[in-house]
Design a protein around this ligand. Structure first.
Ligand SMILES: [Zn+2]
Length: 284
């Protein structure tokens, strides 16, 4: 059951054209079998090399060992490529269809599952990038290139990177190595690649923000939550464990913490939004 305060807030947002926004992280993709970077699977060993994910996913390592980083990326992609959206993704898609322009999805996931579930590109903000694209590792341009055809992802071995693949993973313009279009641990958010300004604007138009399955260890999601609270919006965290947001919300009048898996909550929420949208539509 969705609690009364949230129900009333949905009604308020619908009547006052305030956005109902969703900030989501790795927790919602866990059911699709995608391991998180920060959990116990967040290690990368290849040959004699051992890295933490936080070390391998950096510009610093790419600059000195680009092929090692590309092997890591291709291996991650070999997992996300065949993963299927789960109930949470499908509910977010349904909710977008009900809310249209009152909806925004801000996702830290690079796994393409929102796209596979059918969320629109226009209302989905991939603030950590997208595994389906690459760009020049030397930034000779800021163009995004689709993931190259001809790279075998099925049953990929960690140590694999063939001569053909190395060629396919070069920038067409300057022949430097391509890099995945993702935000690395030693890089900063910007508008050009990660829609920083757009999501900050959205945070100020949001009357109700759901934060789902993210530990909130990066700056932009933290600022988004604070902006919503500063504008008297309501922030609801849905997470199975404590996070940065639990601490932020615990004493706030407009803060709600729900200890739940994402799928059952989103399923109930979708029903509630549907009910209200139908009621509103019938009155007008
Ligand atoms: Zn280039």
């Amino acid at each position: 059951m969705i609690e009364k305060r949230i129900i009333e807030r949905i009604e308020y947002c619908l009547k006052n054209y305030k956005k109902i926004s969703f900030l989501v992280g790795a927790g919602i993709s866990a059911e699709s079998g995608i391991p998180t970077f920060r959990g116990k699977d967040g290690y990368w060993s290849s040959g004699s090399k051992n890295y933490k994910a936080q070390e391998i996913g950096t510009k610093k390592i790419f600059n000195v060992a680009s092929h090692e980083v590309l092997k890591f990326y291709l291996y991650r992609k070999s997992i996300t490529e065949f993963a299927k959206p789960n109930q949470s993704h499908f509910m977010l898609k349904e909710i977008e269809s009900l809310l249209n322009d009152n909806f925004a999805l801000i996702s830290q996931n690079v796994d393409s599952l929102h796209k596979k579930a059918g969320n629109s590109d226009d209302r989905t903000y991939l603030i950590h990038g997208d595994h389906d694209f690459m760009r020049c590792g030397d930034e000779c341009s800021s163009e995004l290139y689709p993931f190259p055809n001809g790279i075998k992802l099925k049953e990929r071995q960690k140590d694999q990177l063939t001569e053909t693949e190395i060629e396919l993973l070069k920038c067409h313009k300057c022949k430097e190595d391509l890099r995945p279009h993702v935000l690395w641990f030693d890089e900063y958010y910007n508008e050009k690649f990660f829609k920083k300004n757009s999501v900050l604007r959205i945070s100020k138009e949001t009357g109700l923000l759901f934060i789902i399955g993210t530990s909130g260890e990066t700056t932009l999601p933290q600022v988004i939550a604070k902006n919503v609270l500063a504008k008297s919006g309501m922030v609801v965290e849905i997470n199975i464990a404590d996070s940065y947001f639990s601490e932020l919300l615990k004493d706030k009048k407009n803060g709600i913490i729900i200890r739940s898996e994402s799928s059952p909550f989103l399923t109930e929420l979708k029903k509630e939004i549907e009910k209200q949208v139908v009621t509103l539509y019938n009155k007008s």
